[in-house]
Design a protein. Structure first.
Length: 352
């Protein structure tokens, strides 16, 4: 069995973070996001190959994707000649598929029982099975209506307010039969959400829904990217590196140098080679990335510092994201919602 991870998007809503780092490999604590998805796929040992469907900055994804310990599935990198859309990307992978395929949007994380999804697909003899999750506002997603027997009755991508008839949306996780790809024209931009799924409904094919009420997130915006860190640190999402920890202590890498006299509040994470000077404060829900530096009297409060960034003496970074190699100079204040791109500099005493 094969899996396809759709990781070709531009990550527009996560700019500037995605200018040098495709969304699929943005760091979550100390690992690229993609590794969390590969962890999920390990629930299905019959998956012997994961096809990474690439377009935007494929090299950046290739560099980190294979960098995993253990004997996981083989990884195949498929680079589209141009963006083919979610359906076109699946069609492009068709020559490499054998039978049933598991497909993931490359930006979703879920506490999902994939075995149960595949079992449902098989027991129903489905042509396609889609995982649904309930959300408060479906407008930014694909709305999916089902009937009492758990069949999909309608699929509406990014519905208008008057089209919102239920709260279940497409979670971006599918089990598909390649025989259904005959309707996707090769080499053409084609949306799985706007065309393939509605066509399954129109033709009355067995299109089954699996509703997941556990944890689910799409990390595609800065707010959601920050949220997933909080959810893992807070135990709402069981994932690396916090899953299974009995204590509620700050998680500090053994190679980090946190001076005595640092005020450090759980939950938080300090990565490999990071340096935090005496007198600084790392407050709850903060993430200090690998080799980042925090100088004395600086306050990191619910913020995420990417690797190699630096926060100067007396500076404050609150509920914000600081990109790779960026510098917040002494006394500067970076406030809630700020997202500093890689290598940006906030000069001393500036307020952002
Ligand atoms: N290979 C490839 N080629 N991948 C693509 C392309 C492409 O042309 N376009 C998008 N992708 C990938 C993105 O990288 C992302 O991982 C995934 O497809 C979904 O694209 P998004 O841009 O993140 O879509 P969305 O979040 O607005 O909506 C999708 O996800 C929602 C759940 O998070 C839809 O599938 C919705 O129906 C769904 O509810
Ligand atoms: Mg998305």
């Amino acid at each position: 069995m094969k899996a396809i991870l759709l990781v070709g998007g531009f990550g527009t809503r996560l700019r500037p973070l995605t200018l040098n780092t495709p969304k699929a490999v943005v760091p979550i604590f100390d690992r690229p996001f993609l590794h969390y998805q590969l962890d999920l796929l390990e629930q299905l040992p019959e998956i012997d190959e994961v096809i990474l469907s690439l377009n935007y900055q494929p090299d950046a994804i290739e560099r980190v994707a294979g960098d995993r310990r253990g004997n996981g599935p083989r990884i195949r990198y498929l680079v589209e000649p141009r963006p083919l859309g979610t359906g076109g990307a699946v069609k492009f992978a068709e020559p490499y598929l054998d039978d049933t395929v598991v497909v993931f949007n490359g930006d979703v994380l879920a506490g999902i029982d994939l075995r149960a999804v595949v079992d449902l697909h098989r027991s129903r003899g489905a042509r396609a099975t889609i995982v649904l999750t309930p959300v408060d506002n479906p407008s930014a997603y694909g709305l999916v209506e089902t009937d009492a027997a758990g069949n999909v009755r309608a699929f509406r991508e990014k519905p208008d307010p008057d089209e919102i008839t239920c709260d279940t949306i497409n979670a971006g996780i599918y089990v598909l039969e390649p025989g259904t790809f005959d309707r996707i024209p090769p080499g053409t931009k084609y949306s799985i959400e706007r065309r393939y799924f509605p066509s399954l409904v129109e033709r009355g094919e067995t299109f089954v829904a699996y509703v997941e009420r556990g944890y689910w997130i799409d990390i595609g915006t800065a707010a959601k990217y920050m949220q997933v860190h909080r959810d893992v640190m807070g135990g709402r999402c069981a994932a690396h590196p916090f899953a299974g920890r009995a204590d509620n202590e700050p998680l500090v890498d053994t190679s980090a140098a946190v001076d005595r006299g640092v005020r450090i509040e759980a939950p938080c994470f300090v990565g490999a080679g990071a340096r935090v000077a005496a007198g600084a404060a790392i407050l709850a829900n903060s993430v200090v990335g690998a080799s980042a530096a925090v100088e004395t009297e600086a306050v990191i409060d619910g913020a995420i510092l990417w690797p190699d960034s630096a926060v100067g003496a007396g500076a404050t970074v609150r509920d914000a994201i600081v990109g790779r190699g960026a510098r917040v100079e002494a006394g500067a204040v970076v406030g809630p919602g700020s997202v500093l791109g890689d290598d940006s500099v906030v000069t001393a005493f500036s307020k952002v």
